[in-house]
Design a protein around this ligand. Structure first.
Ligand code: IMP
Ligand code: MG
Length: 180
C-alpha cells in the first residue's frame, strides 16, 4: 500500500522534527506543573492519539488520561461548523487540573466547544496543548496555552492526522500539495 504519492504530498515535518516539537511542548507543561501535581490529560480523538502517547512519556507530573471524540459536519478538507460529542470522557473533572490535548488547531471551533463544555464542569484549571497551530485559520477566539509549532495554512497528514481516515499511521507529517 502506497499512501504517499510524492506528486501529491511533500514532506513537512520529519519524525525527528516532530520529536523536538514534542520536547518543546512537554517542557512548557513541565514548567507549569510540578512532580507532585496531578494532571488529567484529555485527548481529542482520533487525531490526538499519537501525540498523547508521545507527550505523556515526556511529562514529569502524575498524569491520567481520558479521550473524547467529537464529530463535525462539513466539507472533508475543511473544518465544519456543527460539533457534537461521539464519545465522552468517563470521569468527573471537578477539582482537577485538566489539559486538553490536540494534534492541530484550525478554525478553533472544536476546541472552543470542548473548552466551554469542560469549563462548565468546574475543573480546578483548564488548559489547551496542541502539537500544531494553524493560527491564521482561526475563526473563533481561542488561544491554546501550549503550542508545539505554528504551521501554515496547508492540509497535513500523518502522525495521527488523516485524509479521509487514511495516513494516520505515517511516522512523519506531509503536506498536501494542492487540495483539488
Ligand atoms: P477546528 O475545529 O477547525 O480547529 O479543527 C480541528 C480538527 O480538524 C483537528 O483536530 C483535526 O482533527 C482536523 N484538522 C484540521 N486541520 C487538519 C489538517 O491539516 N489535516 C488533518 N486534519 C486536520
Ligand atoms: Mg483533532
Amino acid at each position: 500500500m502506497n499512501l504517499i504519492d510524492d506528486k501529491q504530498f511533500r514532506p513537512y515535518l520529519s519524525t525527528e522534527q516532530i520529536d523536538a516539537v514534542l520536547d518543546r511542548l512537554a517542557l512548557q507543561i513541565n514548567q507549569d506543573y510540578g512532580v507532585n501535581d496531578k494532571i488529567l490529560l484529555v485527548g481529542v480523538l482520533k487525531g490526538a492519539f499519537i501525540v498523547m502517547a508521545d507527550l505523556i512519556r515526556k511529562l514529569h507530573s502524575d498524569v491520567e488520561i481520558e479521550f473524547i471524540r467529537t464529530a463535525s459536519f462539513g466539507k472533508s478538507l475543511d473544518s465544519a461548523g456543527t460539533i457534537s460529542i461521539l464519545k465522552d470522557i468517563s470521569v468527573d473533572v471537578r477539582n482537577r487540573h485538566i489539559v486538553i490535548v490536540e494534534e492541530i488547531i484550525d478554525s478553533g471551533r472544536t476546541l472552543k466547544f470542548l473548552y466551554e463544555r469542560l469549563k462548565s464542569a468546574k475543573p480546578l484549571s483548564l488548559k489547551i496543548a496542541t502539537l500544531m497551530d494553524k493560527k491564521s485559520k482561526r475563526l473563533v477566539d481561542l488561544n491554546p496555552d501550549y503550542v508545539g509549532i505554528e504551521v501554515e495554512d496547508e492540509f497535513l497528514v500523518g502522525f495521527g492526522l488523516d485524509l479521509e481516515e487514511k495516513c494516520r499511521n505515517l511516522p512523519s507529517i506531509y503536506a498536501l500539495r494542492y487540495p483539488n
